[in-house]
Design a protein around this ligand. Structure first.
Ligand code: FAD
Length: 528
């Protein structure tokens, strides 16, 4: 078996399947373990999942590991992966600096054949694509970008040696999760910082804090229960739970109290831990937006700037774009060295050799940071020459839109599974949780095949169509379908607009269970 990708998903699958007696080789493009955290080395890169959720639930891994911060930064996460490697002895089955360029299913031998950037070939009966939802950075087609005379990098391709912002004029294009993190760093160091905003982000207070190592050790007796809760419906976090009550079914005072409590906890509590209809009812959603808006505006001195960052009317239903977490994002706009440009009012015209020109002015810059996101969910897969049994690439299969069976398998691609991929719960599920749940499910499927002497599986065409139809209904019945976001594949020109991840982790977990319990419904098998 070949696994592609050494992030949480690929490494868990390697550990699990090796333990089940499979011969596994893992191939990774970057120079170390850790997945997105290898390449996302931009200033301020930090996880938005609080301790102890962004780690494996394996006792042999957590028993000797403690974190320094409630929301760990990139360096600490990479140190964690070193720890995982030393405990689980993973590296002996990993080939680093090896990018898979092509993978072809050879129907005659029922085997996957892979080609890589360093010329090495790999064969395997099963192929596990763990390439992540964010492994293909996206840079918009900006006129003049190649002519910029200063330093310019995408956040996900930041140079290893870093870039100093000190005594420089810095521009940040994009205000999603990475943009918010970079802005907070650049505002501290840069001579002058220009933030180019197209759509306001609804960033939430992180409530970061240093963690006491002794207190963490003492809390470990509760970890088995916490991890059990995290990996079961509703899933994702052990302590973020929606109330079983509608926002408008309670008094104004009670609603305010619920919002204040979630706000004070920080992290994703305000997004995912209040009322059960925030993401389905416009009226309920508005109450959350207004609470967020008023809290946020109270921190911004200039009413004009406040209206751009936290408009009176919601720019989109709250929570249908991923809320970022912030520590001082809104406060930095009160600093004299920080300037906000509203690209809705004065659109970007071009990048010039000296900086960025909008319809209103030219902004001279020494450094331009492209915090412009990813060709999320599918980009990592479609950039590989990945061909199924009919010889067509996966990009060709998905030209008219993505179709998968429960976000794991694609008709025409036998013996191939994708973890943390399109049409799974992916971006709505905490990364390590999804890695473990899907990794265990894959182990169950392969065990089923081994016990029943089955050599090949393939998802049925109609099961992919049915899953896509289900996601379309979810987009319609929630507020997600109303917003142009990367959840809806709307950030990439030409990509079909469709809901790319299921925003109901509980439903997803139940569907995985029912699929396995029904003898892996939606899959066809061939006997050995
Ligand atoms: P990844 O970590 O993306 O790993 C995929 C690996 O595949 C990469 O190492 C990549 O180099 C490799 N790869 C891709 N293509 C090839 C190829 N052709 N050949 C060989 N190797 C290849 N999730 C959360 O739950 N909480 C968070 O707070 C959070 N913050 C995030 C912040 C950032 C900046 C980003 C980008 C993502 C964040 N995520 C977060 C999502 C994150 O992707 C998951 O948490 C987790 O990394 C998923 O692990 P994975 O193994 O599925 O994928």
């Amino acid at each position: 078996m070949v696994i592609v990708g050494a992030g949480f998903s690929g490494l868990y699958a390697l550990h699990r399947l090796r333990g089940d007696g499979f011969t596994v080789r893992l191939v990774e493009a970057s120079s170390g373990l850790g997945g997105v955290w290898q390449n996302n080395r931009y200033p301020g890169a930090r996880v938005d999942s609080h301790v102890p959720n962004y780690e494996y639930s394996l006792p042999e891994v957590w028993k000797d590991w403690t974190w320094g911060e409630r929301f760990p930064g990139r360096d600490e996460i990479l140190a964690y992966f070193d720890h995982v490697d030393s405990v689980l002895d993973l590296s002996r089955d990993v080939d680093l600096d090896t990018r898979v360029t092509a993978a072809l299913f050879d129907a005659e031998s029922a085997c996957w054949r892979l080609s890589t950037s360093d010329g090495a070939d790999y064969d395997g009966r099963f192929l596990l694509m763990c390439t992540g939802f964010g492994s293909k950075p996206f840079t918009p087609d900006l006129a003049g970008l190649a002519d910029f005379d200063g330093i310019c990098h995408h956040t996900a391709m930041w140079p290893e040696d870093g870039v100093s912002f000190a005594e420089r004029r810095v521009g940040v294009l994009g205000t999603g999760a990475s943009g918010v993190q970079v802005v907070q760093e650049a505002a501290r160091d840069a001579d002058h910082l220009v933030v180019f905003q197209r759509t306001p982000v609804t960033a939430l207070p992180m409530v970061q804090r240093r963690l006491d190592r002794d207190a963490q050790r003492a809390a470990k007796s509760g970890y088995p229960e916490r991890f059990r809760r995290r990996n079961e419906p509703p899933g994702s976090f052990d302590d973020i739970r929606r109330l079983d009550v509608r926002a408008l079914a309670v008094s104004d005072e009670r609603r305010h109290e619920v919002y204040e409590t979630a706000w004070a906890k920080g992290g994703f509590h305000f997004w995912a831990g209040t009322f059960n209809d925030i993401l389905t009812s416009e009226a309920a959603n508005l109450t959350a937006y207004e609470f967020w808006r008023d809290k946020t505006r109270a921190r911004i001195d200039d009413p004009r700037v406040a209206e751009i960052l936290a408009p009176t009317e919601p720019p989109y239903p709250f929570g249908t774009k991923r809320p970022s977490l912030e520590q001082c994002y809104y406060d930095v706009f009160n600093q004299s060295n920080v300037e906000l440009v509203d690209l809705r009012a004065t659109p970007l015209e071009s990048i010039t050799p000296a900086g960025v020109r909008s319809t209103a002015a030219e902004f001279h810059l020494d450094v331009l940071v492209l915090a412009t996101g990813f060709d999320a969910n599918t980009g990592g897969l479609t950039s590989i020459d990945l061909r199924g049994s009919d010889g067509r690439t996966i990009a060709e299969h998905w030209a008219g839109g993505v179709d998968t069976h429960i976000g794991l398998a694609v008709h025409g691609f036998p013996n191939m599974l994708m973890l943390y991929g399109p049409q799974s719960t992916t971006a709505f599920c905490n990364g390590p949780v999804c890695a473990e749940i899907q990794g265990d499910w894959v182990a169950g499927l392969l065990d089923h095949m081994r016990r029943n002497d089955l050599s090949t599986f393939e998802s049925a065409e109609e099961s992919g169509e049915a899953w896509s139809a289900f996601l379309a209904v979810v987009a319609e019945q929630t507020l997600f379908g109303r917003t142009d976001s990367w959840y809806m594949a709307a950030n990439i020109p030409g990509k079909r607009r469709q809901l790319m991840n299921l925003p109901m982790t509980d439903t997803y977990l139940e569907r995985l269970d029912s699929c396995a319990a029904n003898g892996y419904d939606g899959f066809d098998f061939i006997a050995s």
